[in-house]
Design a protein around this ligand. Structure first.
Ligand SMILES: Nc1ncnc2c1ncn2[C@@H]1O[C@H](COP(=O)(O)O)[C@@H](O)[C@H]1OP(=O)(O)O
Length: 373
């Protein structure tokens, strides 16, 4: 009798301390498992279709194949674990449902099923629709891709998926990222960024490549191996690095290199910027590689997408840094699928961010004066 009375109480206490320690513990496990499988998928697409050039001329780009298949995998896992959550994903399956899309569709379904049915790994759970024997039908996988059509907004639980962020880097065999975030009532609660090509430790190249960055609101940021092993907390150094360099896009069309040059000059930075595709830049910043990430628009009209910044923003903030737009305003993830009125992105450690913001505003004023003259 004594035993029967005590057990629920104990369970209650255990549950309370567990949920106090990490309110989105299950979401974190599911998100890491989904990103890990998608990373293996995109690496295998690269090895099969890009490196070995097995695509024929009429085939769709390997990016398209990887993008669709990775979104199908992540969305399927999320739907099994959290059936009522919404998803804001980059892709929809309209093209794959057309008669002319049959070849592409078959390839994507095969890849997605291969990724979903792989052996269970560290922390995996069969209830998330993964593991041997868990094949899905074509219709189920196309529906999974289409579930990414949520318009976003200020209220509710929604996941953002960018199945291959940094498509140019993916094709060059350089950096790209598989990105996932959970947003609740417009606040990012969880961010996971898988970087299959990123060195585990730039100081020790022998450790190899393949990293997953994870951050949960109020609970810090960490880096782990693709397998989930070796979770290591991340903290942006609070002092100004002696070798200050910016992280910036490789693609000049995505971020103004000349504006960054001017900001560097204003800050007396002598080191060249580190150019890298995708949200791997946020990951590098969070682990102290590069002092700030600066992304200024190259023209008017392009609106940044929430899936391109939600995981990176929480990662940098949880590592002790600050992320704002070029006016110093927080990024607003509650305006729909884009960041709306936010103009540019500045990310950096606490002190560094303030200095970069000041220099960005000076460079902006100069630019406006020049345009008027
Ligand atoms: N004109 C643009 N300005 C800023 N970002 C852009 C622009 N065009 C595309 N992007 C986005 O930049 C991201 C990659 O950024 P990075 O240069 O840091 O690797 C992609 O998600 C891409 O979106 P999309 O996938 O719609 O092409």
């Amino acid at each position: 009798m004594h035993h029967v009375v005590r057990r629920p109480f104990l369970r209650q206490i255990l549950h309370r301390s567990y949920s106090m320690s990490l309110p989105y513990a299950t979401e974190k496990q599911v998100a890491v498992a989904a990103v890990r499988r998608a990373c293996h998928l995109t690496s295998s697409v690269f090895n099969k279709l890009v490196k070995n050039e097995t695509l024929t001329k009429g085939d769709k780009s390997p990016v398209t194949v990887g993008d669709y298949a990775a979104q199908a995998v992540i969305s399927t896992i999320l739907h099994h674990a959290f059936p009522s959550d919404f998803i804001v994903g980059e892709e929809d399956a309209a093209e794959l449902r057309e008669e002319s899309g049959a070849g592409l569709r078959d390839r994507i379904i095969a890849l997605a099923n291969e990724a979903l049915t792989g052996e269970l790994g560290l922390g995996d759970n069969v209830e998330w629709g993964i593991g041997p024997g868990q094949e899905k039908t074509t219709e189920q996988l196309l529906d999974a891709i289409d579930r990414g059509n949520h318009p976003g907004g200020r209220t509710g639980r929604m996941w953002t998926i960018d199945p291959i962020d940094g498509t140019k880097g993916f094709l060059r065999g350089e950096q790209y990222a598989v990105c996932l975030s959970l947003i609740v009532d417009a606040q990012v609660q969880l961010g996971v960024i898988g970087c299959p090509n990123l060195l585990v430790d730039p100081a020790e190249p022998d450790l190899g490549r393949g990293v997953i960055f994870v951050a949960a609101k109020g609970h810090g940021a960490e880096q782990m191996r693709l397998s989930g092993a070796n979770p290591t907390p991340l903290k942006i150094p609070s002092i100004l690095p002696s070798e200050f360099s910016f992280l910036e896009s490789v693609e000049a069309a995505h971020s103004s290199h000349s504006f960054n040059d001017r900001v560097s000059t204003l800050l007396n930075i002598t080191h060249s910027p580190v150019r890298m595709d995708s949200q791997a830049k946020y990951g590098c910043l969070a682990r102290g590689q590069g002092a700030a990430y600066l992304r200024m628009p190259t023209g008017v009209g392009y609106r940044e997408k929430i899936w391109d910044h939600a995981p990176g923003t929480i990662l940098v903030e949880e590592a002790g840094g600050v992320v704002t737009d070029s006016r110093g305003l927080p990024l607003d993830f509650g305006l729909g699928r884009t960041l709306g009125e936010n103009f540019g992105v500045i990310a950096g450690g606490l002190g560094v961010h303030a200095r970069v913001l000041e220099a960005v505003q000076t460079a902006g004023t100069e630019q406006e004066a020049k345009a008027k003259a």
